[in-house]
Design a protein. Sequence first.
Length: 103
Amino acid sequence: MLAVIEVGGKQYRVAPKDILYVDLLGQKEGSEVELKEVLLIDDKGSVKIGKPFIENASVKAKVLSEEKAPKINGFKYKKRKNYRLRWGHRQRYNKLEILSINA
């Protein structure tokens, strides 16, 4: 059984016991999350497609950790104008384990 879900404006193809990295959800480590925006469910050849979401369908996931991505550095400058700008950013995300898909 697999499903296509939408989390944070992005779509992911998931199956039970998958590990998934999504944008920060604001949940604590160890808590369970129910994701209700299910776009598609494939159960051994029988496919259900939502318009846009499937009613009464959900995916249960467990929040394993909150992590940070590698740092991205940026730099802008304009020659002969003494203008220099440096910045850095580390995106925060949650690591999820998919527990079950409920149709």
